[in-house]
Design a protein. Structure first.
Length: 158
């Protein structure tokens, strides 16, 4: 039986202790920011919700933060997948909501290889995030379609 001495603190316990210590430091800094009116509006709203036990605002803030995190990760991983294939479409634009990234891609006519690269990147990303309620969806057009990028998309290949 492997018993450690009471004075020895496990690595796991050290990690927990460090996390709490760091968290307390963050709270002290946030308290200073709030008390000097230098906190961001988001930080003020967060602590106000905690102080007032406003569970709806707390959960909405958590949802908003999760959406930002997952949408950023989806875009990063999608672009990384495309980059790993060393191919890029003629035009690539993105739009997003709080749970979905929309892709608008223009490729050469009959370029099935590029179309497959785009669809594979989408599938790989969706395999990681769809179960969490987030996804990416592509609209792939050919050059001869001669359609402009929709105004609510951001062109990222300029």
């Amino acid at each position: 039986m492997n018993q450690s001495k009471p004075s020895e603190v496990s690595s796991s316990q050290q990690n927990v202790n460090k996390w709490f210590s760091d968290f307390i430091d963050i709270l002290k800094v946030d308290h200073l920011l709030l008390s000097t009116n230098t906190a961001s509006p988001d930080k003020v709203r967060l602590y106000k919700a905690f102080v007032e036990n406003d569970m709806e605002e707390i959960m909405f803030g958590a949802k908003r933060s999760a959406s930002i995190l997952f949408i950023k990760k989806i875009i990063f991983e999608y672009l990384t997948e495309l980059n790993n294939q060393n191919k890029k479409p003629l035009k690539l634009a993105l739009s997003n909501s709080d749970s979905k990234v929309l892709v608008w891609a223009e490729i050469e006519d009959e370029d099935e290889e590029m179309e497959n690269v785009l669809l594979l990147a989408e599938a790989k990303v969706n395999s990681r995030y769809f179960s969490k309620g987030y996804c990416i969806s592509s609209m792939i057009l050919e050059k001869s379609d001669n359609l402009p990028i929709p105004t609510h998309y951001e062109n990222i290949l300029e």
